[in-house]
Write a protein that binds this ligand. Structure first.
Ligand SMILES: *[C@@H]1O[C@H](CO)[C@@H](O)[C@H](O)[C@H]1NC(C)=O
Ligand SMILES: *[C@@H]1O[C@H](CO)[C@@H](O)[C@H](O)[C@H]1NC(C)=O
Ligand SMILES: *[C@@H]1O[C@H](CO)[C@@H](O)[C@H](O)[C@H]1NC(C)=O
Ligand SMILES: *[C@@H]1O[C@H](CO)[C@@H](O)[C@H](O)[C@H]1NC(C)=O
Length: 293
């Protein structure tokens, strides 16, 4: 409590300030707020596969010392003697499994770094609700797949957003351009395509932020319009030419049929032979050679 007052008085970053206000309210309203962070880490540990045993050896919950979780590997607390998690940094520990939704119960979390693990599957559609007050999200160098949820644009305190080196596809939600505090941004090395969001004149978002994807366009990359129009008109011309050829073929084939039937009938009716059908046959031959050319 004393610490949150300190944060209130000294916090310069409005994100931290707001986080402190929320935390202060939560601390006042719910005496079990701290218990929820311990449970948060318990369910986080349960939801992650840990084949190298890092969490198994470090995250020991059989300890009732206040703030004991603050000594866990990768856990930073707001205050070392209060079990209130500030950051979770579990980079490069060989962790497997889906995105851990359980972090939603670490209600004062501001940083989540799960980079360089083997996490996989889609990012939750409601990710903005799971990590509402997060300022740093680093999920780079994992195997996350599917699209980037539009809901991520609700994480309005994001300063650092790193989703690079995964298997994300589809287009990047244009709403991410609303993230006005971005200081570091990368979605490089994925399979993303389409138009990129407009981050205004944010110098943290560069062509490098988008490198090695399936086909992104728009500032700071090449414009989208030219490319689209060209390929569209090529398709339209090709379709037009193909359609005309097909129609001509149909005409020629039905003409052939018509001529054959007429000549067959004429032969029956007119044993002298018929000049008319013969002349039509000639035309047909000319037409076929014309359309084949
Ligand atoms: C977890 O650690 C305990 C002892 O700390 C050990 O007995 C157990 O085998 C470990 N489990 C795994 C999966 O590494
Ligand atoms: C409990 O946690 C405290 C603080 O992290 C640590 O100093 C102490 O050794 C732990 N006790 C046990 C029995 O693990
Ligand atoms: C958060 O904690 C509550 C109460 O312990 C639990 O019912 C809920 O499933 C947890 N939420 C997540 C996302 O783990
Ligand atoms: C952001 O959250 C609000 C309410 O929590 C929701 O109505 C809205 O759809 C969310 N925005 C996006 C882009 O998901």
């Amino acid at each position: 409590m004393a610490f949150s007052m300190y944060m209130l008085l000294n916090g310069r970053d409005p994100g931290i300030f707001f986080g402190s206000v929320v935390w202060l309210l939560l601390s006042c309203s719910f005496s079990f707020a701290v218990e929820s962070d311990i449970n948060c880490l318990k369910s986080l540990k349960a939801s992650l596969q840990d084949p190298l045993g890092y969490l198994n050896s470090s995250w020991d919950f059989n300890n009732n010392t206040e703030g004991f979780i603050c000594n866990f590997l990768g856990i930073e607390c707001w205050h070392p003697h209060e079990s209130k998690v500030l950051n979770i940094k579990l980079s490069d520990l060989g962790l497997k499994g889906p995105f851990p939704r359980s972090v939603a119960n670490c209600t004062s979390l501001t940083g989540l770094d799960l980079s360089s693990n083997k996490l996989s599957g889609p990012l939750p559609e409601d990710i903005g609700r799971i990590i509402s007050f997060i300022t740093t999200l680093d999920l780079s160098s994992n195997s996350f797949s599917g699209h980037i949820p539009t809901n991520l644009s609700n994480c309005s305190y994001l300063n650092v957003l790193k989703l690079d080196s995964n298997q994300l596809n589809g287009s990047i939600p244009l709403q991410l351009g609303q993230l006005g505090r971005i200081k570091s941004f990368s979605v490089a090395n994925n399979q993303l395509s389409g138009q990129v969001p407009n981050f205004g004149n944010n110098s943290a978002v560069t062509a490098e932020s988008y490198a090695n994807n399936a086909g992104l366009c728009g500032k700071p990359l090449d414009l989208c319009r030219g490319v689209k129009k060209k390929s569209n008109s090529v398709i339209i011309v090709a379709a037009g030419v193909g359609g005309a050829t097909f129609a001509a073929l149909i005409v020629v084939i039905s003409l052939l049929f018509f001529v054959r039937r007429v000549s067959a009938r004429k032969k029956e009716e007119d044993p002298e032979g018929n000049k008319w059908a013969k002349s039509l046959k000639k035309t047909k031959a000319i037409k076929v050679s014309y359309y084949r050319a």
